[in-house]
Ligand binder design. Structure first.
Ligand SMILES: NC(=O)C1=CN([C@@H]2O[C@H](COP(=O)(O)OP(=O)(O)OC[C@H]3O[C@@H](n4cnc5c(N)ncnc54)[C@H](O)[C@@H]3O)[C@@H](O)[C@H]2O)C=CC1
Ligand SMILES: O=C(O)C1=N[C@H](C(=O)O)C[C@H](O)C1
Length: 266
């Protein structure tokens, strides 16, 4: 079997560095380049704190693709640059595996259409951790029985987007099985704006940001005289790597854009 040639965008980031380490450990993957807005033309081994690898850093994604001819782009950057990278990858016949969160509905729609037109696999995964996928699936199951739901997502304080991609995906999955609903008292008023969090079809999403946290989420279901809590915690970023590996393998076998790992795990 020939190796899957992978490029990682965002190799100095918290997730990017883990992805680089995982990719070089997998025999059937080959890390052929990395994309970073700094350190153009250097080797990864020349950047302090990064693995001692003879892999070239590119600031120009197009140049990177033409010189390294990758099969897959793993993007772990920011919403602004991640959506541009994903589009350029599809234009160049490179299959994107995107962990970057904060894409809009319009981004997702236009990228879906692009992948379909190009007949190219693409995966956009708000969360790569299997436990988080199960937490979302269990929440969707529970929502058939409990109609009043609040999502509390908790992350480290360096996170750029709120609500988290996982929080939004959870609300979307619940919304697919629950009618939109006004929760709480119909006449409730926020004395301080934002007190009730964001609302997605009436499901409230609360975003907590604190140093020391990694990635956590609780989904609270209220019923008569009872409450169900479904919770997932990622205690480190290694928790996401089996999902990144599975996505790199799967994206080579599909020819559409898949949004959410729940669609590609058995
Ligand atoms: N899907 C999932 O399971 C997970 C997704 N994430 C998401 O992944 C993304 C990255 O998260 P972290 O690693 O924590 O962030 P980070 O801030 O540590 O890393 C982002 C990296 O992107 C780089 N970057 C910025 N502009 C760039 C450009 N033009 N070209 C190349 N690189 C550029 C930055 O230098 C930085 O190293 C976020 O959107 C986060 O929400 C994070 C954890 C898990
Ligand atoms: O920024 C993070 O850290 C994470 N982002 C993803 C999200 O927005 O859901 C996944 C995970 O929660 C970690």
């Amino acid at each position: 079997m020939s190796k899957i040639k992978v490029v990682v965008a965002g190799p100095r980031g918290r997730m990017g560095i883990e992805a680089v380490k995982m990719i070089v450990k997998v025999d059937h993957f080959e890390l052929v380049g990395v994309i970073d807005h700094k350190h153009d033309g250097k080797k990864l081994s020349e950047i302090e704190g990064l693995p001692q690898l003879d892999v070239m850093v590119y600031s120009d994604i197009t140049k990177c693709f033409s010189e390294t001819q990758p099969d897959v782009l793993v993007d772990l950057t920011t919403p602004e640059i991640g959506r541009v990278h994903t589009k350029i990858a599809l234009e160049h016949g490179v299959r994107p595996v995107v962990g970057t969160t904060g894409f809009s509905q319009e981004d997702l729609q236009s990228l879906t259409v692009m992948a379909e037109e190009k007949k190219l696999g693409a995966i956009i995964a708000p969360n790569f951790a299997i436990g988080a996928i199960l937490m979302m699936k269990f929440s969707q199951m529970a929502a058939r029985y409990f109609k009043d739901i609040e999502i509390i997502e908790l992350h480290h304080d360096q996170k750029l987007d709120a609500p988290s991609g996982t929080g939004i995906k959870t609300a979307e999955l619940i919304s697919a099985v629950r009618e939109p609903k006004v929760q709480g008292h119909p006449d409730e008023k926020e004395t301080i704006p934002g007190a009730r969090g964001a609302s997605y079809d009436g499901i409230h999403i609360h975003s907590v940001r604190l140093p020391g946290l990694i990635a956590h989420q609780e989904v609270l279901f209220g019923g008569d005289g009872q409450m169900l809590t479904i919770r997932h915690d990622s205690f480190n970023r290694a928790s996401f790597m089996s999902g990144v590996k599975h996505s790199i393998e799967t994206v080579m076998k599909i020819d559409i854009l898949v949004y959410g790992l729940e669609n590609i795990i058995e």
